[in-house]
Ligand binder design. Structure first.
Ligand SMILES: [Zn+2]
Length: 137
């Protein structure tokens, strides 16, 4: 059972038009995340995942032409840059340590999310990546 996105009426799963309001029930998700070729994902998701563990080096060597892998390489590189910054703020006593520690934990979580998404073939952006420049095209 699902619900009509327009009027909220309960409708059967296989119904394309809502019997109550008559509008189309297929929800068009306003998804800003990039879409990738399924074949590209199937071929390169392992290397894309390894990109998170190798600062992007393995996919850069193994599948430089894969848009999916390069998407994840970018995220891996931003995580790497972020962890450098977290290391840098640790020069400042106490406040820097706190910020650095919180930042490092956040980045670690992002890295794990990225690894899981790469393996699942998802090109969804990590929480902080959107709006950051693309490093590797
Ligand atoms: Zn409806």
């Amino acid at each position: 059972m699902k619900y009509c996105p327009h009027c909220g009426a309960e409708i059967a799963d296989d119904v394309r038009f809502c019997p109550t309001c008559g509008k189309e029930t297929v929800i068009v998700v306003n998804n800003q995340d990039p879409q990738f070729d399924p074949q590209d994902i199937a071929d390169n998701k392992m290397l894309a995942m390894l990109g998170y563990l190798t600062m992007g080096v393995l996919p850069m060597i193994g599948c430089r032409n894969s848009a999916f892998a390069m998407h994840h390489v970018n995220q891996a590189l931003w995580i790497f840059i972020g962890s450098l910054l977290c290391g840098l703020v640790c020069i400042i006593p106490i406040l820097g340590w706190i910020v650095g520690a919180i930042g490092s934990i956040f980045l670690l979580v992002c890295e794990i999310i990225g690894i899981i998404r790469a393996l699942k073939g998802s090109g969804a952006y990590l929480p902080f990546i959107k709006g950051l420049p693309v490093i590797i095209k």
